[in-house]
Design a protein. Structure first.
Length: 213
């Protein structure tokens, strides 16, 4: 499970923990690699405009994903051939980058509201499910829809914003770094009960088909 730009520290969105709880209840082993605190970004990088933020860009974090997979393969209670990858937002983009070349070693992957802008040539060799909100102004759905095809399924939730998998009210933060905005800043997040509930079903069904025997 690859966390979003808020990390796993005191500023965390809480999404990785919520998803870990759901997946644990379904019988999965879950590992949450901390890409940020270990590199000096304990409060995340959502509003960090410094050049240092590139030290934890998705292409770097893809190595963390592969290292986590290698660790899991050493655990006696983990099926070595059925390890999935999942992430939201920055972690979702990391998921796409990790699958960007054949032979990632993962059996399947889920990306929640990822940045698809730089992934138009993505052709993963394993099943990939992308879930994203129609009104997402941080990682626009229109950039993900064209990826649908062989091995890639994309579901867009009508009326949903970024971070729909939360109970939080609508919130616009002008300081958020946003390559999709003309100014490069500002993005909206909002929980959506219907999208959150359906995403749990979608992820559960997807991993049941691709990871469970």
């Amino acid at each position: 499970m690859m966390h979003d730009c808020s990390g796993l520290g005191p500023s965390s969105s809480g999404a990785p923990g919520r998803w870990a709880k759901e997946l644990l209840s379904q019988g999965y082993v879950v590992i949450l690699p901390d890409s940020f605190s270990t590199r000096g970004f304990a409060n995340g990088i959502c509003t960090d405009a410094s050049k240092r933020r590139f030290e934890v860009r998705p292409f770097v974090r893809a190595r963390d994903a592969r290292a986590a997979r290698a660790f899991l393969r050493e655990l006696p209670y983990v099926d070595k051939e059925r390890i999935g990858l999942m992430g939201g937002s920055h972690g979702g983009f990391t998921t796409l980058v990790t699958l960007g070349r054949p032979g990632s070693g993962f059996a399947a992957a889920v990306a929640l509201y990822p940045r698809c802008q730089f992934s138009q040539q993505l052709k993963p060799d394993v099943p990939l499910l992308i879930l994203i909100g129609e009104l997402d102004d941080w990682t626009p759905a229109k950039e993900c829809v064209p990826l649908a095809g062989e091995n890639v399924s994309v579901k867009v939730y009508p009326g949903a914003h970024h971070s729909f998998d939360s109970p939080r009210p609508k919130r616009y933060v002008a300081e958020r770094i946003n390559p999709s905005s003309p100014s490069g800043h500002g993005a909206t997040t909002e929980g959506n009960a219907d999208a959150w509930a359906d995403s749990i079903r979608q992820v559960g069904d997807f991993f049941a088909k691709t990871l469970k025997r």
